[in-house]
Each structure stands twice: as C-alpha cells, then as structure tokens.
Write a protein that binds this ligand. Structure first.
Ligand code: XLS
Ligand code: CA
Ligand code: CA
Length: 443
C-alpha cells in the first residue's frame, strides 16, 4: 500500500474548511448528502492515467524532470505493471473512485499489432484484479490515435486506408479493454483528426471517413456488449490547426449531419472550451440543452499563455457555474469529473500530485454545495424566469405557440406602442452570485 507514495501515510481525510493541514480535504466529504445523494456520487472524480502517472514535466524546451519510482525499470512491461500499481495506490490514498486511460497509457506498444494486443491484455487482467481489490472503477477508456508516427496525418481521417485500419484495430482492442474493466464511457478525442493546410486536404472526404469510423466503432462496441455511452471530446486546435470537433456546437452538428446523434454524448474539457473562445459553462449548457452532456474533463487554461496548459482546476466561479448546469439536468448518467490536468514543470515531487488533486477535488466539492444551494433557492432561476414574464401574456403565449403571422404582430406593435427598456441587472446579479460563492452557510 505504501510502495510508491511512502510520504503519504494515510488516506486523505475530510477535516473541514478551517483545517491547516494541506493534505486534508476542506470541502470534500464523500458521504455528505447533497440533494438526496452522497457528494461522491455527484462528482465521480477520476484520475487521468496519462498526466498523473506518466507526466514527466517535459515541455517544448526541455525533457523529463519528474522522476517517479514506478518507472525505474528498464523493461517497458515491468514499468507498465508498476505504473498501474502506483495508480491504484494513488487513487486509494486520495479516497476517490475512478480513473480514465488510453490503451497506450496502460500498456506499451509492441513491435506489431499482435504484440501490442498481448501487452494490453496482460495489463487489463492486472487492472481487473486491482479494481476488485480496491473497489476503484473505470470511468472511461480511449485509444491513443495521435502519438505514434503512423498517425502524423490523422487516424480515421488519414489519406492512407492502412492507417485507418491500424486505428480501427486499436479502437477494437481499447473497446474490449473498456468492456472488460466495466467502463461506463468510451471517449473519442479528435487527436490529429483535423488539418493544418487546405492546400493538401480533402475536407469532405476526411469528415465522411471520421463518421464511418465512428459508426463502425459503435457497431463493434454494441456487438461485444458495451452498455455505456460513447463520448466525443471537442477541441478547436492542437495538435492540428483546425480540429474537426471544434466545439460542442460544431460536434453536435457533425453528429446530426452523419446520423450519429443518438449514439453519442459529449465529454467537455474546460481548457478546450476556452481555446475555442467559449467559457466552460457555455459549452456545458450547449451540450445540456441538446440532451448531450455526458462527462467533464476538469482542468483550466491560462489566459496569458493561450494554449492547452491543462492546469488543475482552482477557479470556484467556473466550477460553480458548471455544477449549477449539471445539477439542473439531474447529474451525469454515464460520466464523471476527470482530472485531465498535469503538474507544472517545477512541481517535481510525488507529493505535488496529492496537492494538485486535493485542490481540484475541494474546488468542485465546494462548487457542488454552492450550486445545490442556488438550485434550491432558485435565486438566479427565478430572476431569469421573471425576465421573460412577458411571454406569459396572451400575445406572448400566442408567439410561443408559433401560431402567429407578421401582419398580426405588426398590428399589436402599432397598438401597444414603444416597449419599456428594462435593466438586465447584470452587476447586481454578479454581486448576488458572489454572495452565494463566498457564503459560509454551505459549510
Ligand atoms: C487532449 C485531450 C485528451 C483526451 C483523451 O487534449 O484532452 O487527453 O481527453 O484522449
Ligand atoms: Ca481531455
Ligand atoms: Ca487539454
């Protein structure tokens, strides 16, 4: 139990908002009941295998600086096994419930497809056992279709059908693994599915290929008994200049255009939302209104840097608005809150992984409490409703029923005269929101 994080002796405990202990939760109290169910069930936090276990702090200007005891072996399979063991020790000590992985996070790529498959099967068997022993669960699985050199020009959208086939082979096995491990979701993030120049790109063909790939993947997944949800994760750019799954609205349109809308929901990431020029809450609401809010990748970008920095989430404002929308749609049936976030290069210690996750967990735990209070008091919703009260008048109702024509409305406008301009009260509402945010009542 203490093989990889000996400096953390016990499971991180809830000690309340005034605790001076940096290795304790101030707000996350898993069994506390919120709106009829335990806090932990609302949040379903997941650790991201790729960042948390495999992050090295490398950036474009320098290599690995985060040294980890679980990757000391020179043998890739032995390293894969100890990385998996370390993941379970970490999640257990954190006291949360889930993880997410890419096929190539869990098991190293072999010399050919059969060897890669054998590696994955071996690690999946070990993960099954670790899940059984610890009670930790898989939230979602995915395939890494972007790191290997063969995917330089994309996977499903690659101009070469043999690359398309390699990607299909990988998704097949990643789906097998997700089913074996009981994942409730399977994610497709675009990876290199996009383009850097229209001078060499047949966009029509590439989008059609992507749709064919997704359809075949859904068919295979259902055939092998996958009962969870398929998610698409939008991102506007990086690594390509223009990704086909740009944002929630673009992705929903793509799914509708190709008849895939019934088979997918969206996995939305905060940093991808801001890269697309949106707020996280805008993306979440866009998906929720379409009945397609499936899961969240929680992190944050950096407005000064403007790229996909994947920092741990600490912004209460955004987190609260996210939880507010989420509660109003009745939670996430198949998804959860996945920490797709990495340590800064200078945070070199294993202990920093605990500080980072504790901060993110507490941010969303407090956000859940504030959002729950906002929903219960209807403080904002009742004011929003009032703003549209004109539609409760006889003519307002008529307009809403759609049974009107333009001359009729002209006659009404002439008879009624100029409308009174009403204040939107934006500043007052910001104050009200802050009052909820910083109130100690929820504690
Ligand atoms: C990259 C994505 C990726 C997906 C899973 O920017 O966030 O990590 O979540 O492939
Ligand atoms: Ca992500
Ligand atoms: Ca990201």
């Amino acid at each position: 139990m203490s093989a990889f994080f000996p400096e953390i002796k016990d499971r991180i405990a809830y000690e309340g908002p005034e605790s001076p202990n940096p290795l304790a939760y101030k707000y996350f109290s898993p069994d506390r009941e919120v709106g009829g169910k335990p806090m932990a069930e609302h949040l379903r936090f997941a650790v991201a295998y790729w960042h948390t276990m495999q992050g090295t702090g490398a950036d474009a200007f320098g290599g690995a600086v985060h040294k980890r005891t679980w990757r000391q072996s020179g043998d890739p399979l032995v390293t894969a096994e100890s990385t998996l063991d370390a993941l379970f020790e970490f999640i257990t000590k954190l006291g949360i419930s889930h993880y997410c992985f890419h096929d190539r996070d869990m098991a190293p790529e072999g010399a050919d497809i059969p060897e890669s498959n054998r590696n994955l099967e071996r690690l999946v068997r070990r993960a099954e056992q670790l899940q059984k022993d610890s009670g930790v669960k898989l939230l979602w699985g995915t395939a890494n279709l972007f790191s290997h050199p063969r995917y330089t020009h994309g996977a499903a959208t690659n101009p070469d059908p043999l690359v398309f086939a390699h990607a299909a082979a990988q998704v097949r096995r990643a789906l097998d693994a997700t089913v074996a491990l009981g994942g409730t979701g399977y994610v497709f993030w675009g990876g290199r599915e996009g383009y850097s120049s229209l001078l060499n790109t047949d966009m029509k063909r590439e989008r059609e290929q992507l749709a064919r790939f997704l359809r075949a993947s859904v068919e295979y997944g259902r055939r092998i008994g996958f009962k969870g949800m398929f998610f698409i994760e939008p991102k506007p750019m990086e690594p390509t200049t223009h990704q086909y799954d740009f944002d929630a609205a673009t992705t929903l349109n793509f799914l509708r255009e190709f008849g895939l809308i019934d088979d997918f929901m969206l996995n939305l990431e905060a940093n991808h939302a801001t890269l697309a020029g949106h707020s996280f809450e805008h993306e979440i609401l866009t998906a929720s209104l379409a009945g397609k809010l499936g899961s969240l990748d929680i992190n944050r970008g950096n407005p000064q840097l403007g790229w996909d920095t994947d920092q741990f989430p600490t912004d209460m404002h955004t987190a609260t608005l996210a939880m507010w929308v989420l509660l109003k749609q009745g939670g996430l049936q198949y998804g959860g809150l996945n920490f797709d976030a990495k340590l800064r290069r200078g945070s070199v210690d294993g202990q920093d992984l605990f500080h980072a996750h504790i901060g993110g967990i507490d941010t969303f735990a407090r956000a859940l409490l504030v959002a729950d209070r906002l929903v219960r008091t209807q403080a904002l919703d009742s004011l929003i409703e009032k703003r549209y009260a004109g539609y409760d008048s006889p003519m307002g109702r008529k307009i809403q029923s759609g049974e009107f024509d333009l001359p009729e409305l002209e006659a009404w406008a002439v008879q009624s005269g100029e409308p009174t301009l009403q204040s939107g009260r934006e500043e007052a509402l910001e104050n009200l929101f802050n009052q909820y945010l910083y109130s100690s009542t929820i504690e």
